[in-house]
Design a binder for this molecule. Structure first.
Ligand code: LMR
Length: 334
């Protein structure tokens, strides 16, 4: 009898151990860029560190390059719980009803990463992430990509060069206004469709950090790239709040640590990834890379900065002013 109970106990222990070992918590992390980009690399790093720190109790499955969902679908999938983690660009939160993130799209609002980090790593960044909570989303961190450059199949030196061009943009009203300010025609399109749209002439040009341009091979279908660095593109790492709140406290602490390390990692590699991509674009030799003169840069800046006032009613004057205060930007001094 005793032996029978012992056997039954051992079997139960084995079954429950088996169940535990066989069923790690799965985090599906979907994104739209190539693995070989700042976001792609950081997602892989998070996957690795989450596995290590939780000793295999969490398994992160990364789905890069729109293999699981495209831009708009991925946000819906997160809210429905079909994926648990995303890192959409800050330009893609408008359709969700959190348009304040579009402040990051204002042309020339940040001159460099240091100015940007004053916002993303300070109280403004934090309060923006809190705006996601009523949508069932928790914002965990900001990950950098970099500064966008315009490309097309014609040299882009001065504002008049943009006139009449059909330009692909992300789903941000600030970016829409930015393109219109140049007399060009904005067209919102999912990231996964841009290469083909450029190749077939559905659009003439676009704007992207060079790491995105190169890894999607857009340089093969864009003859001219102008190093305008006119605006910032970065990400908010977000999770389904119900899922995140429901995690055991110890696991969540380990994942918080993994996220902290991944954020440092992402923000450390972003600039170099973009610099390296520019070298590769030059080496590929399909695109003329143009560096605007200081005078041309100022002309473009003057043409675009009016978008800041145009967008006050959408984003909030106070928010824009509070960023100026952090970075020292003064539009009246142009
Ligand atoms: C884009 O759509 O151009 C970017 O947001 C893609 C990305 O995630 O970097």
């Amino acid at each position: 009898m005793k032996i029978k109970i012992l056997f039954a106990g051992m079997a139960a222990a084995l079954i429950s151990f088996g169940a535990l070992a066989a069923e790690p918590i799965v985090i599906k992390f979907s994104h739209v860029v190539a693995i070989d980009t700042p976001k792609g690399q950081a997602a892989e790093f998070f996957k690795k560190r989450a596995g290590e720190l939780t000793k295999g109790r969490v398994k992160v499955e990364v789905y890069p390059n729109s293999t699981l969902y495209k831009d708009k679908e991925e946000l819906e999938a997160l809210q429905l719980g079909a994926v648990q983690m995303l890192a959409p660009s800050l330009a893609k939160f408008g359709p969700l009803g959190v348009k304040e993130f579009e402040v990051f799209d204002l042309p020339y609002i940040f001159d460099n990463y240091d100015e940007l980090h004053k916002v993303t790593q300070g109280p403004i960044g934090k309060s923006l992430l809190q705006k996601l909570e009523p949508k069932g989303i928790e914002g965990l961190a900001y990950w950098d990509n970099g500064f966008k450059c315009f490309s097309a199949n014609r040299p882009l030196h001065v504002p008049a060069d943009y006139r009449g061009l059909k330009m692909r943009i992300q789903s941000s009203k600030v970016l829409d206004a930015q393109i219109r300010a140049l007399g060009a025609l904005p067209q919102v399109m999912a990231f996964s469709e841009v290469y083909q749209a450029l190749q077939t002439g559905v659009v003439d040009g676009t704007e992207n950090p060079i790491s995105n341009l190169y890894t999607q091979k857009m340089n093969e279908v864009q003859k001219d790239l102008s190093l305008t660095n006119h605006g910032y593109l970065g990400y908010a790492v977000i999770v389904n709040k119900k899922f995140w709140d429901g995690l055991p406290a110890d696991i969540r602490a380990e994942l918080d640590q993994a996220m902290k390390e991944s954020t440092d990692y992402a923000n450390n590699i972003a600039k170099k990834e973009n610099d390296d991509a520019l070298v590769k674009v030059r080496q590929a030799g399909k695109t003329v890379v143009y560096t605007p003169t200081p005078q041309e840069r100022m002309e473009l800046k003057r043409a675009l900065v009016k978008v800041h006032t145009e967008m006050e009613s959408r984003i909030g004057r106070d928010l824009i002013q509070s960023i100026y205060k952090q970075t020292g930007f003064d539009p009246t001094k142009l």
